[in-house]
Write a protein that binds this ligand. Structure first.
Ligand code: 5RP
Length: 228
């Protein structure tokens, strides 16, 4: 039987959750396993409150009996566990493959610690093979997409079947294929200067720890210095 490497990484991360913590719940197929394990621990008596980063994670947590609060009801969170589409050795991330990057960034930035959980295929030397998701407002989206393309990427507006994909916040996602991002920090600044961009999927200086599950059943832990 093959090992579920996402589950391996996610369950390791849940070991960092202690009684009384306020926990941010990430989004995606790796975060799913973390939420599942948290639900198991809650049913065994773990006392936590949680904030979800998407409707999907909220629904899953509710079903498992994890006590949920709105982010506006807490000053800050102790720990967020979330997945990533790519991560490098400096713990810079690309996120947003699941379309939840805006809420994910708010929740991660509002947490004392962020743990990234991933399988080894997500670990890269240079970010950029995975198209960078950028959340944009629907108004004048054609203009915003053209402005993004001027940064040197191939840009595609995300679709959901026949329709344009809409985030939980009612915005669109432009997926920007750079192939290689030489300076994530410079690109982040350039993206922030484009009106119409709500948020981008570059997470720089936010993650504290990455837990990477490997096919051979081992786990690699990368520690980083965040500068939130
Ligand atoms: O950023 C995300 C959602 O917006 C996810 O964390 C990211 O896409 C990784 O997902 P998965 O664990 O399913 O590979």
């Amino acid at each position: 039987m093959s090992i579920n490497v996402k589950q391996l990484a996610a369950e390791k991360a849940v070991e960092y959750v202690k009684d009384g913590m306020r926990v941010g719940l990430g989004t995606g197929s790796t975060a799913y396993w973390a939420i599942r394990k948290l639900g198991e621990r809650v049913s065994e008596g773990l006392q936590i409150t949680a904030v979800a980063t998407s409707q999907a994670s909220e629904d899953q947590a509710r079903e498992l009996g994890i006590p949920l609060v709105a982010f506006s009801d807490v000053d800050s969170l102790d720990l967020t566990i979330d997945g990533a589409d790519e991560l490098d050795g400096a713990l810079q991330l690309i996120k947003g493959g699941g379309g939840a990057l805006l809420r994910e960034k708010i929740v991660a930035m509002g947490s004392a610690r962020m743990i990234v959980v991933a399988d080894e295929s997500k670990a890269v030397t240079t970010l950029g093979k995975f198209p960078l998701p950028v959340e944009i407002v629907p108004f004048a989206w054609e203009w915003t997409v053209a402005a993004l393309a001027k940064l040197g990427c191939k840009t595609e507006l995300r679709r959901s079947g026949e329709d344009l994909y809409k985030t939980d916040n009612g915005n669109y996602i432009a997926d920007c294929r750079f192939e290689a991002i030489e300076s994530a920090a410079e690109l982040a600044l350039a993206l922030q200067r484009i009106p119409g961009v709500v948020e981008h999927g570059l997470f720089i200086g936010i993650a504290d720890l990455a837990i990477i599950g490997k096919k051979d059943g081992t786990i690699e832990i990368i520690e980083g210095g965040q500068d939130r």
